[in-house]
Design a protein around this ligand. Sequence first.
Ligand code: SF4
Ligand code: SF4
Ligand code: SF4
Length: 595
Amino acid sequence: MAEMVKLYIDGKEVEVDKDATILDAAKKVGVHIPTLCYHADLSPTGACGVCVVEIEGSPTPKRSCCTPVAPGMKVTSNSKYLREIRKALVQLILSNHDVTCPTCPANEHCELQSLANYLGVDTDGLPTVLEKKPIDETSIAIVRDPNKCILCGRCVNVCNDIQTVSALTIADRGFDATIDTFFSLGMGNSACVNCGQCTVFCPTGALSERSEIDLVWDALLDPDKVVVVQEAPSIRATLGEEFGMEIGTVTVGKMYAAMRRLGFDVIFDTNFAADLTIMEEANELVERIKNGGALPLITSCSPGWIKFMETFFPDLAKYVSTCKSPQQMFGALVKTYFAKESGIDPSKIVSVSIMPCTAKKFEARRPEMRDSGYQDVDYVLTTRELVRMLKAADIDLKTLPDEKPDELMGMYTGAATIFGATGGVMEAAVRTAYWMLTGKDLPNLDIEAVRGMAGIKEAELDINGMKVKVAVAHGLGNARTLLTKVKEQIEKTGQSEYAFIEIMACPGGCVGGGGQPKGSTFAMRARRGEGLYKEDRELPYRKSHENPAIIRLYDKFLGKQGSELAHRLLHTHYFKRSNLDGACVEAVTEKHVHH
Ligand code: SF4
Ligand code: SF4
Ligand code: SF4
């Protein structure tokens, strides 16, 4: 049993593990200590000093996020003196800060703004020492504004320790300290994989997605364009949070209604394409198992993971599924299948996607993603951007009625909806691969072993007496650990113990994506995932191969799974990239078109 320590915070007795910090103890007893650089899922740095407390017998205040508890300790969390220190610290930060809240991407979601507000910091007449630095706009996905950086170090921590990409460092010391990239070339010329985790963890507007809001407004207001929208599986589980609904509430009907109110002409759903991805990917898995193809098959729907693979594990590219992500399968079909069925000239279609993800912006602009003859997905908005548009248009999601999507590419199954949570793609693919291999339905559709927030999950499945071992990793550090093991196994024995692996770049999967609401903790991500599992249980169809709209798509347009047309529109190939500047070095797989 853990050794416990008893102490007092503002006179309240509390007992905690001996390794806990004062901040942990305060949380346990419901005492709010203001923080700024601290984040529950990162190791504390104590950089900002805002969380200072007084300890009886100690001559100076201590930072509660990194001061361990001690038996009998008497802590004061709030006093006039502490409030003055905190105020002075925040004033100091703001005097070296580009305070432009109304137009800032973090407005109303900024921890510095709410702390200044909480402490009653007066910015009027505050002297400024800010020497404006250039904004880094080199990346397709992420914008870095050093003038809004408070040097908390969270981005470096998440990029190095959780994602193991190490695209960011703290350069220089003291007053000149700044967050920087490789040779100051900018994020677009670094190993950054666009996962956007730094933008979720950044407490201010210093890191944000590259906004496409204006481009989407222009399209919506253009009478000559037909603007088609798709929403990723996880959006339905996170949008509600921003409108005061409980975390994990699935708001799919209201989401469609909101899209109509914004002016989108055709409302479809990425979930339709998630079912399609499963049809193609399960087919690929079954073919590889039957024909002795490259195993393990590794999933390909997370574009942050794909760039990570191309940068750090290019020799595993042949194991990665050739399937495009649901976003891109959808994009290729909008300007072909939908254009044909609706009789609309594809050059008039603007294809917009709502994604939990900043890497999707990069993915949509990969030169390979033009198989329809046009850029398949024109604009990608993150959940955060969509929320900004809805609020600007005075649309309150909570008050909207439940509406339905448009038919052709709007219908989906429970298998598609769980794509948004770590393990979901694996579970969805197994439901269909089992049916393909045995002609029967999987006896228990819920594969609990691949659910939840454990970094690496494994399961052994029995398919007609054949043992199939599968693994799931989320967060790129976990992916690195799993794939290093897989690589060693293949080098040593010529094969891996796994037949199928799911990788998601972001901790928690897409519900924790880099385009989701700022400031989420891993615990919140788990609750969002629960919302998706609940929707799966309640849907009439739970297996992708049962989706009537997908059956129709194959009948009317694609032919069969893995057909030549399916390969041309729905599959892709990969490159090797430099781990210094992220540039393509060479193609490492080819796109196969079957005849
Ligand atoms: S980072 Fe925060 S405090 Fe700074 S301008 Fe943006 S909203 Fe305001
Ligand atoms: S987007 Fe991801 S890879 Fe790029 S700097 Fe941020 S955390 Fe690192
Ligand atoms: S960019 Fe954001 S997360 Fe990184 S150090 Fe600055 S304020 Fe912190």
